[in-house]
Design a protein around this ligand. Structure first.
Ligand code: SF4
Ligand code: SF4
Length: 374
């Protein structure tokens, strides 16, 4: 991709909605203003996906971006939703729908969406690798890659088997940099080893790193009173040499302006600023959380197929950052496709008998159901 492109990418998954509307009711007037301003200020990269806003995000791209601006004035990425694809031939149907919705003619980047251990099996079985490669050969995808939610070891396996993948999209932010589940740093280092540019998703952790408890916000504000809190998170990822795009799911003009300001005349973090982030992480670690080590001894015998450690992780995240909306969204994604919900627990007790941390899993699941399912 054009190396002169500005690093901030417009993630089109948290667009403003009309008052009282649901996820599909995008406020088109405001989105059109945001798109115009973004382009006017020299930013070019837009990222959508098949399921964002129940399909309305791709349609908004067609109506508000593609139909109103020259095709060569922006870069557009979309994704093949393997989590929702049940038959090999559906890949073609979905792609054609995406072209029709977006009116784009081709995608500058096309990604296999959300690879984890579960979807990876389907990706192999349906040879989605070969499918996106063929799209590239036909000129329908200018560059191909995948977004990823699994371990660094898994990423290494994939990039070793599929050197034809040209970039990866990873969840990276300072709070997840050393996280044992997300493995931001380790995944970044694998991408670096394979020489793959990195597109960053969730740099502000779904907004959590801008809406933090007051004592933590004060650490940032006393270090730099004029800088908004989200800019620290954006500059952390923007300072990484392999990162070529930082996606931010912006929901209003103010956020858009603030983020563009951060990336215009971008300043990498100084050593002193890295120490401020380390201090913030110290404070975050003091917030009590459920001490799950992600060993997964609890899951094989669960008759309800509940992903216990992942649910605990979401609950810890919510209790730390108070970011309910982002965690409900993650919870809904995670419990799609036959995975058990917290409320499906039948209290057989098997998990608790296997947990070396003696976590009261059944009551934790009740707490999670109350937080995420109502
Ligand atoms: S108690 Fe609930 S979560 Fe634990 S194994 Fe039984 S059904 Fe699964
Ligand atoms: S067994 Fe306990 S510590 Fe291990 S993943 Fe399950 S809940 Fe977490």
């Amino acid at each position: 991709m054009d190396s002169s492109i500005k690093k901030l990418g417009f993630g089109l998954m948290r667009l403003p909605r009309v008052k009282g509307g649901n996820d599909a009711d995008i406020d088109k007037k405001q989105v059109a203003e945001m798109i115009d301003l973004f382009l006017e200020r020299g930013f070019k990269y837009f990222d959508t996906a098949f399921m964002y806003h129940e399909g309305e995000s791709e349609k908004a791209v067609g109506e508000l971006l593609v139909a109103r601006h020259p095709r060569d004035s922006f870069f557009l990425a979309s994704k093949l939703p393997m989590m929702d694809i049940e038959k090999k031939e559906e890949m073609e149907e979905v792609f054609n729908t995406q072209l029709e919705r977006t009116r784009a003619g081709y995608f500058d980047r096309y990604l296999i969406h959300g690879i984890d251990r579960r979807t990876a099996k389907k990706v192999d079985e349906f040879d989605a690798w070969g499918y996106v490669k063929a799209l590239k050969e036909k000129g329908l995808a200018r560059s191909i890659g995948f977004s990823f939610h699994s371990s660094a070891e898994h990423l290494d396996e994939i990039l070793t088997k599929h050197p034809e993948m040209e970039f990866v999209q990873l969840q990276i932010n300072y709070a997840d940099w050393e996280d044992k589940e997300v493995q931001s740093r380790l995944c970044y280092e694998v991408a670096e080893k394979h020489g793959k540019p990195v597109t960053v998703m969730e740099p502000v952790r779904g907004g959590a790193l801008s809406a933090m408890p007051e004592n933590i916000r004060d650490i940032f504000l006393s270090a730099a009173p004029d800088k908004n809190i989200a800019s620290w998170a954006l500059r952390f990822v923007g300072s990484l040499p392999m990162v070529d795009i930082v996606l931010s799911g912006m929901s209003n003009i103010e956020q858009l302006k603030e983020n563009m300001d951060t990336f215009d005349n971008f300043e990498p973090l100084t050593d002193a600023e890295r120490r401020v982030i380390a201090e913030v992480l110290e404070e975050i670690r003091k917030i009590p959380t459920i001490p799950c080590t992600f060993c997964k001894y609890c899951t094989p015998n669960c008759p309800q197929n509940i992903n216990i450690p992942r649910i605990i992780s979401l609950l810890n995240d919510y209790n730390t950052y108070q970011n309910l909306e982002a965690n409900v969204r993650r919870y809904n994604m995670m419990t799609k496709g036959g995975r058990g919900k917290a409320s499906d627990c039948i209290e057989c007790g098997s998990c608790e008998n296997h947990c070396p941390q003696n976590i009261k899993i059944m009551s934790v699941l009740k707490e999670a159901a109350k937080a995420f399912e109502n």
